[in-house]
Structures are given as structure tokens and as C-alpha cells.
Write a protein that binds this ligand. Structure first.
Ligand code: F3S
Length: 417
């Protein structure tokens, strides 16, 4: 890879061993991916937290290793706008899910030193709902696959999928290796999905994404004849695309920034794969994430990816003055900035008074300490991972059906079958 003189000097250790290591991570990754140069990066979203696997009793080594990495990183200031992904340990969840005290203390230490280094500790999987909204063409380095798809597709920003080390290195150095969807030629759609069924809910957009994600592999889908999504619809679409397959971006013809027309999205070429998403495909996709053996439920999870203020408002309006069924837990996951807004106007109170729990900074699946037998959720990503990570039976359905299940203790199909 061709480096500038300044980049070579950092690699050679001119700015100290930690930044030299960061430069080496980016250079070696870039070389493995065929990148020819490093390009300026204006925006990162990094995982700056204690490791999640600790909560399953992995011992102290991963915690010490992570602390060592982050203590070294936070000796330096960030070089660009840098927000943070979810955490795995939080004092407020301590009682609810028995988070080990040493991890809570370590997380507090990380919060303080990373803030000092200039990271904006947003603790969310949906940074775009709390103010990190890169512009079209802005080069980013984001972790969280659903947010990567959103940034590339809905905002027209450019980011490959990052891991912890590469995003931190990009945050400190302000550069990333140029490959993949950072380049124009790799942003063209090659899979055309004709949408031939009305999308009646935000979760239906998730079904569309999950269907296309499974089909896509590493192809880039373009949705043809799709309606215009709301921000929450788009959030759901992108999260489901990222969990159904390895998709980094999509286009919606006539809607997203690089797809004024179907032909523009396809780069003037014929699609390599052409599929239709109709009534049958919609039903089948819901069916793939329903493995329940009964209708009695004990857990409802909303806010995957983290709920927007608008979604919290809707959930609060549906719960106001009501009570959850005995033995049912409702978790509504969001960033703490969203909760602050929800507390200011009474939405958080309405959820809590009904018996719900406002889950900030992380989500039940990622905290991995949750015990549940049968979960209903409106998030395809949550449903996809909860089966394996929580080991519960899962039912995917729209937000109204989830809230109804929370209030009655029994799931009734929200209209997909
Ligand atoms: Fe976010 Fe958890 Fe879903 S991290 S995307 S709420 S699985």
C-alpha cells in the first residue's frame, strides 16, 4: 500500500508505539483487502466497552486485555467525530441482570477516560437516532453491521464493516484503508428485489430485509417498487439485511441517495439475481423466525435497533394507563439520550408505570444474562440472535402485536398469517 510520508512516520513509531500499532492494523488490513492507500475518515462509531463474553464467566483475562487496550488508546485524542456502540455492563442493569460488580467498575473507568479522549459515549447500536448523521459521501469507520448498512444506504455515507481495533485506530488516526464500498465501483446493486406486497408495518420492512439478506450473500440489493420508508422502517430494513446476510448496503429505487432510478442503482447493467418479494415470501420470512411451541409468552423486547424517540412515543401511548400481564417482562431498548428525552415528556414514566423496563446502553441479547423461555419481538435482528444467544423460543411480530402480548401474556398473530 502507498503511504504518505506522515503515515509512514507514524507506522515507524514517530508518534509512539500505540499509534504505530494502530497504523499497522489499518495497513495490514488494507493490504489483505487489496487497498492501495489510506483515505481521510471523518466519522467513527467504535465499541469502547468491557467485553461481552465476560458475563458468561470467561474469567479476568479478556477484561484485563481490553482495559489495557483502551487505557493505551485513551492516552490519545480522537482525530474525528467519534461516537460509541453499546456497552455490555451498566450499573443500572446491575440489579436486573446481576451484572458482575468488577465489570461495572471497569466500564465506569472506560467511560471516564474515553470521554476525556474525545469519544462521545452514546452507547447505542443506532448512532443516527442520537445525532451521528454523516453526510452523503462522508468516509466513516463504523462498527455494528445494521448501522453500517444504514449509513451506506439511507445516508449515502461510506463505511466498511469495522471491528473494535480498526474503528479505534480510525478514530485516533483519522484514516481508513480504501476498499469495498468506499469505492464507487463497489456500490452498484447486483440483486434486484421487486416488492410486490404492501409493507404494512415497520416489521414488514424487517421481513423484506431479512428475505433479501438471505438471498444476497455479498450482493448489494436494490428494492424496486418499494414505498418510501420512515426512518424507523429504514432502521428495521437495514438491521434485518445485516442479520439475514453479509450485506453492507442496499438501494431503494427512487428513494435512497445513490438510486434516483432503478437503472442508476444497477449502474446501467442487468441484475445478477432477480427476485420478487410477494405475500408468500412475506409470510414465509416471518415463519423463519417463529419457533414457538405455544402462545404463552414471558418476555417482550422492543427497540432493536435502539428505539427512536418516535418509537418510544408510540409505545408509551399504547401502554399509558395499562398494566402488563403477570409474569411478563417488557424491555424497551434505547440510547440513554433517547431515554432522557422520554423522561422529560413522560414517555418513560408511562412505560414504567405499566410495568415495562427502559433498557439503556445495550439490549437483552447482548447483555447475555437474560433468562427467558418465550420471547416476542418486533426486531428481526433481535429475533435472529435471541434464539442462539438467549436460548429462548422466539416469535417475530409487529409492535402492536408485541404490546398486545405484553398486556395479555399471550401472543396473537398480528396479521401476517
Ligand atoms: Fe441493537 Fe441489540 Fe438489536 S445491539 S441492533 S438492540 S440485537
Amino acid at each position: 500500500m502507498e503511504l504518505t510520508e506522515a503515515q509512514q512516520q507514524i507506522l515507524d513509531g514517530a508518534d509512539g508505539p500505540f499509534l504505530a500499532m494502530c497504523m499497522r492494523w489499518l495497513v495490514e488490513w488494507g493490504e489483505a483487502m487489496g487497498a492501495r492507500r489510506l483515505v481521510p475518515c471523518a466519522n467513527t462509531h467504535a465499541l469502547v466497552t468491557v467485553p461481552g463474553n465476560l458475563v458468561q464467566g470467561a474469567g479476568q483475562k479478556p477484561l484485563e486485555k481490553t482495559l489495557e487496550l483502551l487505557r493505551s488508546a485513551c492516552q490519545h485524542c480522537v482525530a474525528c467525530h467519534s461516537t460509541t456502540h453499546i456497552t455490555f455492563a451498566h450499573d443500572e442493569q446491575y440489579d436486573e441482570i446481576e451484572m458482575p460488580a468488577d465489570q461495572v467498575a471497569a466500564q465506569q473507568e472506560i467511560l471516564e477516560m474515553a470521554s476525556e479522549a474525545g469519544f462521545l459515549m452514546t452507547y447505542t447500536c443506532a448512532p443516527y437516532v442520537v445525532g451521528n448523521v454523516p453526510l452523503k459521501g462522508e468516509i466513516c469507520a463504523w462498527t455494528e453491521s445494521s448501522a453500517v448498512v444504514y449509513a451506506n444506504s439511507i445516508l449515502g455515507a461510506r463505511t466498511t464493516r469495522h471491528g473494535t481495533e480498526s474503528a479505534i485506530a480510525a478514530a485516533l488516526l483519522g484514516v481508513v484503508p480504501e476498499f469495498g464500498v468506499l469505492l464507487d465501483e463497489n456500490r452498484k446493486a447486483t440483486l434486484q428485489v421487486d416488492v410486490a406486497v404492501p409493507l404494512r408495518s415497520t416489521t414488514d420492512w424487517g421481513a423484506l430485509g431479512y428475505f433479501a439478506g438471505k438471498l444476497a450473500g455479498l450482493h448489494i440489493p436494490v428494492f424496486n417498487d418499494a414505498p418510501r420508508p420512515s426512518q424507523d422502517d429504514a432502521k428495521q430494513l437495514c438491521a434485518a439485511l445485516a442479520s439475514g446476510g453479509g450485506v453492507n448496503m442496499c438501494h431503494i429505487a427512487g428513494v435512497t441517495p445513490e438510486a434516483a432510478t432503478l437503472s442508476e442503482a444497477l449502474g446501467g447493467e442487468a441484475p445478477k439475481i432477480h427476485a420478487t418479494f410477494g405475500e408468500q415470501e412475506l409470510r414465509d420470512t416471518y415463519g423463519q423466525l417463529r419457533n414457538h411451541s405455544g402462545d404463552q409468552i414471558d418476555t417482550v423486547i422492543l427497540g432493536c435497533p435502539h428505539a427512536s424517540f418516535q418509537e418510544v412515543a408510540y409505545i408509551a401511548s399504547r401502554l399509558r394507563g395499562k398494566k402488563l400481564a403477570d409474569g411478563v417482562r417488557l424491555w424497551v431498548c434505547m440510547a440513554y439520550a433517547t431515554r432522557a428525552a422520554a423522561e422529560r415528556v413522560g414517555f418513560a414514566d408511562a412505560i414504567k408505570k405499566a410495568g415495562g423496563y427502559v433498557f439503556v446502553d445495550t439490549c437483552p441479547t447482548n447483555s447475555m444474562l437474560v433468562q427467558a423461555k418465550r420471547i416476542v419481538t418486533a426486531g428481526f435482528k433481535q429475533a435472529h440472535y435471541a434464539r442462539g444467544m438467549i436460548g429462548a423460543e422466539v416469535i417475530i411480530d409487529n409492535t402492536d402485536a408485541c404490546i398486545e402480548a405484553a398486556l395479555t401474556g399471550r401472543w396473537t398473530d398480528g396479521g401476517t398469517n
